[in-house]
Structure formats: C-alpha cells, structure tokens
Design a binder for this molecule. Sequence first.
Ligand code: NAD
Length: 550
Amino acid sequence: MTQDPGRSAPAASARGLALLRDPLLNKGTAFTERERDALGLRGLLPPHVLSQDEQVERFLENLRRQPDDLAKYVALNALNDRNAALFFRVVCDNIDEMQPLIYTPTVGLACQRYGHIFQSARGLFIGANDRGRVAQVLRNWPLRAGIIVVSDGERILGLGDLGANGMGIPVGKLSLYTACAGVQPDLCLPVILDVGTNNTELLDDPFYVGLRQRRLRGAAYDELVEEFITAALEVFPGVVIQFEDFANQNAFRLLKHYRDRICTFNDDIQGTAAVALAGIFSALRITGGKLGEQKVLFLGAGEAAIGIADLIVAAMASQGLTEQAARARCAMVDSRGLVVKNRTDLSEEKRRYAQEHAPIGDFPAAVKALKPTAIIGVAAVGGTFTGEVLQEMARINQRPIVFALSNPTSKSECTAAEAYRHTGGRALFACGSPFDPVTLDGRSFVPRQGNNSYIFPGVGLGAIASRTRRITDEMFMTAAHTLAHDVTESDLEQGSLYPALPRIREVSTHIATAVARVAWRNGLAAGREPQDIAAHVTSQMYDPHYHRLV
Ligand code: NAD
C-alpha cells in the first residue's frame, strides 16, 4: 500500500498473491497481459482479461440478484476489501442506488447486525482497556491517516447505543468521503472508541464484537478521549478528526472542548447545520427574501436543531444582525413545549435559544403564536407536521419553508405529498428521508433530501487539501453558500432545493475549494497558497479508474 495523497498512479511494490490481496492495488481479472507477466500474476488469475467497465457490469449483475439490502451491503463491503478501485467505480457511477446501501438507511441495520454479518475487520477498535497504550494501537495502522471518523457508538443514527457495532458508521462515512469528494481511500481511518455499551441485548449477544462492560463515564471517559486525540495528533500530525454519532451530552461538550484546539468537526451538529442552511439559501433564491428576515421554528432541540440554529445565527450575524436579535429569530419546541426563559429544565445549549415568551405546550400552538417563515423538524417524531400545522404555515406565508428532516422515513414530520397538498403547492420543502416526486394539480415537484453528504465530504477534502489547523463556522457557512449556488434554475423550478446527487463530486470540489480558500485567507492553512486553489484541490482527488502498474 504505497499510494501518496495527491498521486494518481500508485507504484506497485507488491507482486503475485500479495498484490491480489492488496485492495488498494488489486485489479483482479482486469490485470493486463503485460502486468500479469511483469508482476508474477500469470496463472493466479483466469486467462480472460476484463475491462473495469465489464467488471462493474458483472458486479452489478450479482449485486442486484442479492435477496435484500443487508446482503447487498455485505457484498459491497467484501468488494471494498478486495478491490477498492472497483468498489468506488461502482459507487461513484451509481451513487443514487449505492448511497442508501453503503450508508443510511442500510448501514443502520448493518450496525445492529454487525457481529452476525462480520467477515473481516476494518478500521481501528480502541478500547477502554487500551488506556495508556492508545498511541501504540494507532501505530498498528499501516497507513498514514489524513482523516479519522470516530464514534463511541452511543447514538447510532436513530437507533441508540450500539457500542462497538457502531463501526459501520465511520466505515460508511469514510466511503462517502472518497465516493463523493475523492478523498484518497488510504488517507481514511475509521475508529471506534469502545467504551462499553449499556445495551443489554448486545451484552448478552455471543457475537457482539465489543467489550463486555457498561459504558465508561465521567473522568475515565474524558481521559480516554483525550489520550486518543493526543495520540492521533502525535502519530498522524495534522489529521482531521470528525466526531460522529456521539450522544447529545458528549457531542456538544467534546466539540466545545476541541474545536479551537485541533482540526475537528462534528457532522451531526455542524454538517447538518450547513446542509439545512444551504436549503434555506436555496429557498430564499425562490422567494427573494433575506436571511435576517426569517423566523425559524424548530421541532426538536437536540444536536441537529442547536447546530442548525447556531449556524443560522452566525450567518445572520455576518449580515449585520446582533447575535441576540438573531437568536430571537430561532425558536425551539422540545418534548416539554416551547423553549422559554422561565423554564428551569434547560441545558446550556438550549438556554441560548430560550425565548422571552409565555409557556406554550405544543408545536401547532407555537406556530400560531410565533408565525414562523420556516419550520424545521428534527425531533424524530413522525407525523408532527400535521395538516393543521401546514395549512397554518400556508396561511401565514406566501411560500412557507418546510423542512421535515427526521430520519428514517417513519419518523419524518410529514411526507412530501402532504407538504405540497396542504400548502396548495406553495411549500419550499426539503426532507431527511427520500420521497418520490409528487404531482399536484398538473404540476410536478421533485423533493430532494437535505443529505449531509452534500457537505462533509467537500469540507473534509478542503481541510486535507489546505492542511488547515481548524475547521471554522465560516467554512460551514461558505460550504452552505456554495451548495445553494450549485442548485440550478431548473432544480428550483421543480421545487428541488439541492442539486441532483449524481453531481456530488462536482459540488464537493466546489465546496472543498471554497473551504480551502477560507483556510488560506484566515492564515489557518499550511504551506504557500497555490495560484489556482481549485486545480490544487482537484489534483488531490482519488480517481477510481485503474492505473497502469507497469
Ligand atoms: P437528538 O436526540 O440530539 O435530538 C432530538 C430532540 O428532539 C431532543 O431535543 C428532544 O428533546 C426532542 N424531542 C423528542 N421528542 C419530542 C417531541 N415529542 N416533541 C418535540 N421535541 C421532541 O437528535 P438529533 O441528532 O438532533 O437528530 C434528530 C433527528 O434529525 C433524527 O431523526 C435525525 O435522523 C435527523 N437528522 C437529519 C439530518 C439530515 O437530514 N441531514 C441530519 C441530522 C439529523
């Protein structure tokens, strides 16, 4: 495994069987006659040479014959373990079909069944019992990591505590970094911090992969995280560390603790924020309104809501509003009603959004009272944008912004059809789960998912390309602007607030370039600013087509 970042043709040092077993170099039956002679492969492969296109076709034929999505997930991961280039060709060329298989929703099921479908290890498992030797564990990784996605498995998607089974998440996420933004696969390191699990079903499962202990808490937990971060920077200087699927109380704390110390971000909080803000920017391209005039009401006040609100406030402040005025424009309803000043049960994060308002018990009443221009559903409670709520939004606003972001589909606040039907086709709608196009009164609407994968791969690539020391709010704001800018007029005409997914590599390149530009402008990047940042970014991107090895 000898590929350097930014180099398109890896040098083949391995030969024979070792070469066929190196997923970063293996081409399987696509090794040419010359390569077979020069690299000691003759006889180790069947004689008929296939092109990569033919291999893709053959793999797809097999994949589509699999009985269910979990079987497809297993087949795709096995391909990645054998032949990374072929895996990424399959994924990149069929992103609409493959993303739901390698990431949500299938990855959720894969994590639940992780111990039972386990075939071979991927990534690094760092356990509570590794305290004092984490650097040593990291040195066992044979490659130079440029980006780590780390989870402690406590809040896997909407599925709760899955402990070390959560490894499917960093693995899947990093595949998206490569597929959607061309981050070199050999720079990607998935990590699980196995601090135990409180999921008794898993603790009783003979095939559970993790430590048989309850979760570390308090100082012991913090010390393990700190040792991991320090060791990661020592072993892989400059590495980007993305936190993923940590439970609420740790996610905010760790982000606050590390964001100004290392190059890090939390996608559940900041990536979600940027994709939602991009959706609002796209909606404003249709209405012609200004961000500072919006009044946003969130259903939910967790990682997604607080993250989105923080970025909206930062964006409003950058347009001249005071922070206080901007916060007053972002209200939240949680399971106990409107988040208001006189409530005594609020966390530090929620308190920042507490409104000067009399208590309101439920969401429909809050919509009536606050008259928002936008409602954003991130409470993971299905059906909460009722006909009454949507009709009220349509009464208050000419073009109501309605984002039903909760996942999976069963938790969606409303369907796309409901959003359009109850607003007479006037809703500017985005969703967390996929919905089919809707036809209403002869008009056709194409709702698109506010998927985080529009944002984090580009941000990661931009961070790697600029070797930035920090990942800032300004970078996420820039990413949001860039994404909204990439939405075409014909997208907007059909009600799509995001670009089509097959354009993801192009979009990610734009985002990475914009992020790297911010890094250089703010003195955060390492090395001299290249004359052409876009060309510099593109030159770092992985190309899954085969390269000649001789
Ligand atoms: P979280 O657990 O941090 O927050 C959930 C919040 O909802 C909490 O504040 C909770 O108090 C509140 N809540 C629970 N029941 C409620 C009720 N009945 N009424 C009002 N509020 C209630 O979770 P999160 O990370 O913020 O994610 C929330 C949802 O958003 C999930 O479904 C997730 O899949 C989705 N999400 C979507 C995207 C995306 O589409 N890009 C990104 C991130 C999260």
